[in-house]
Design a binder for this molecule. Structure first.
Ligand SMILES: [Zn+2]
Ligand SMILES: [Zn+2]
Length: 144
């Protein structure tokens, strides 16, 4: 996780963006938890970490992290995870545990490729496809 924070620092410096304390903390929280977190959970954790309760600031920090590729939004859960491969353009595939909300990010070779094949039959041009697979994580599957 230290690496991801460093990557983010470097990226912000190179691109003239501000890596503010709130942005940093939100990213740290996401990377530490290793699971999908909703905006409210993130707000709670920020408060526990001594930040003021300022939802708009936290939401803007999340937007910033997602927009710059340090975090991803999991649409199915309406929540967020820290990116495991920051700093490079990638097509993530998320494995989401339905039992504990653990999220693992794998790199999909090219998810839009297979989707494109189906889509082209419908005359639809795919620009971006994200895989969100739902199931049981290793520890939940073995304790079930
Ligand atoms: Zn990622
Ligand atoms: Zn699980």
């Amino acid at each position: 996780m230290g690496n991801s924070i460093k990557e983010a620092e470097k990226y912000c410096k190179e691109n003239d963006l501000k890596f503010t304390p709130v942005r940093r903390k939100v990213l740290e929280i996401l990377l530490q938890k290793n699971k999908a977190l909703g905006a409210y959970e993130i707000l709670d954790l920020l408060r526990e970490a001594g930040f003021k309760n300022q939802p708009p600031v936290a939401y803007r920090a999340l937007d910033f992290l997602v927009k710059n590729g340090f975090a991803h939004k999991i649409e199915q859960l309406n929540s967020f995870v820290g990116c495991m491969h920051p700093g490079k353009d990638h097509s993530p595939a998320f494995m989401i545990c339905r039992n504990c909300d653990f999220v693992s990010e794998e790199e999909a070779i090219n998810p839009s490729f297979s989707v494109s094949k189906i889509a082209s039959k419908a005359g639809f041009k795919v620009e971006k496809a994200v895989i969100e697979a739902r199931g049981l994580c290793h520890s939940c599957a073995s304790s079930a």
